[in-house]
Design a protein around this ligand. Sequence first.
Ligand code: UDX
Length: 441
Amino acid sequence: MHLSMIGAGYVGLVSGACFAEFGHQVTCVDKDASRIEALKQGKMHLYEPGLGELVQKNFRDGRLVFTTDLGKAVETSLAVFIAVGTPPRGDGSADLSAVEAVGKEIAAHLNGYKVVVTKSTVPVGTGERLRQIISKHKPEGVSFDIASNPEFLREGSAVEDFFRPNRVVIGAESPQAIAILKDLYRPLYLIETPILLTNIATAEMIKYASNAFLATKISFINELANLCEPLGVDIHQVAKGMGLDGRIGSKFLHPGPGFGGSCLPKDSQALVKMAEAQQVELRVLSGVVAANQAQRERMMGKIRSLVGPLKGKTIAVLGLAFKPNTNDLRESPALWIVSQLAKEGAQVRVYDPEAMTDARAVLTGQSIVYAQDAYDAARGSDAVVLATEWNQFRNLELEKLKGVMRQPNFLDLRNVYDPDRLIALGFQYVGVGRAGTKTKP
Ligand code: UDX
C-alpha cells in the first residue's frame, strides 16, 4: 500500500521506516529541506537504536522515500498519516497549528478517496476538527475519511515497540478506513497483537489516558520514595511487594528525579487543560504534574545537603538525556538539574554518551564543562550525580572514580548502585527512597 507520513520527526520517521519494513511503499515528508537531504544521505538527526539501519535498508530498497513535496506524496497515497508536532502552548494546552496547516494542505491535494490518520497526540475532538477543515478546503466530489492511530512508542526502544506492540489502537468510523488501517498492520496478526477498534474520539483519549496513567504511577512511587527516606524503608522492596499484585503491575514503579521526555509531561498537562475546558477537575493528574516538578527540586535539595552551599563547588552530572538510549533532552530532569546547579554557582562537568551536541545547543550562556567520559566529568568534583541510567554508568570503576574526585559524594538519582558497596568503598551515598544518606561508620 502507498502511504505518506507527514512530519519526519521522531514518530513519523520511526513509523514510516517500520511500515516500509512491513512492505508498504512509504513517502516521508518534512518541510525542513536540510533534514530531508540528510535522510537521503543516510544521516539521522536523532539517536534511536536500530532506526538508522532500518531507514537505510528501506531507502536503498526503494520502499522509503523522502521529500519536501507534500502535494505529490498525498496524491500517490491511499493513507496519509499526520505526525507533526503538537507542542505545549504557554498554558500547557496542545498547539494544533501545525496539524491544522497540514490538514489544509492535504485537502488541497486530495485527488481521490484517502484516509487521513492522526498519529500525533492530539486533544479529543481534533479528528472532528480536521474533518471540517479538510471538507472545507478539498476539491468537490472527492471523499475521504479521518482516523486516529495513536503511537505508544518508547524512545530508545521505538523500533522494537513498533514491531512488538502491546496493542494497536485504531479509531475509525467507516468500514473503508477500518479495512485500510487493518491492512496496514496485517503483519502484526502473526504475533497476535490485540487490535482495538474504537471511534476517533475514544482513540484520541486512550493515548492521553495511557500516558497520564504512566505519569501517575511514577509520581506516586516518587512521593512514596520520599516518605520511605525518613522512615528507613527501602522503596524498591515496597515497589516489588506492590508490583507482584497483578492489578498493580511491577512496571513504572522505579523512583527517580521525575519523568521527562516529549510525551509524559506534555500529555499530562494537556489532559488537565482539556478537562478544564469542560469544567471538569482532574485533581489526581494535577497533583501528578505538581509532584513531578517538586521531585526535581527535591533532587537539588539532596545535592545541597550532601555538599553544602553550591557556590564554588564542582559537580559532575552523568547523563543529560531524559532517559538512556536517546539524545532527547526535552523536559529532561538531568538537564534541569544541570541548569539549576549552574545558576546556584556550581562548576558543572557533564557527560552523556549521545546528547552532548544537543546539550551544547540548549545550555547556551552557561559555563558548563563537557567532559570526555564519566571519569573526566568526575575529575576534581565534590559530588557525582548519576542522573540518567545509561548502561555505561552501571558498571563504573568506582575506585578509579573516587580517585579523581575531590570529595567522594555519590548521588544516585536512579538507584543503580548498591548503597552498601559504595559506602564500603568510602563514598557518601544518597539514593532516592533508600533511607537517607548512609556513611561509613
Ligand atoms: C512514553 C510512553 O511510555 C510511550 O508509550 C508514549 O507513546 C511516549 O511517551 P517515552 O517518553 O519514550 O515514552 O519514555 P518512558 O519510557 O515512558 O519514560 C518517561 C519518563 O519516565 C522518563 O523520564 C523515565 O526516566 C521516567 N520513568 C519511567 C521513571 O522515572 N520511572 C519509571 O518507573 C519509568
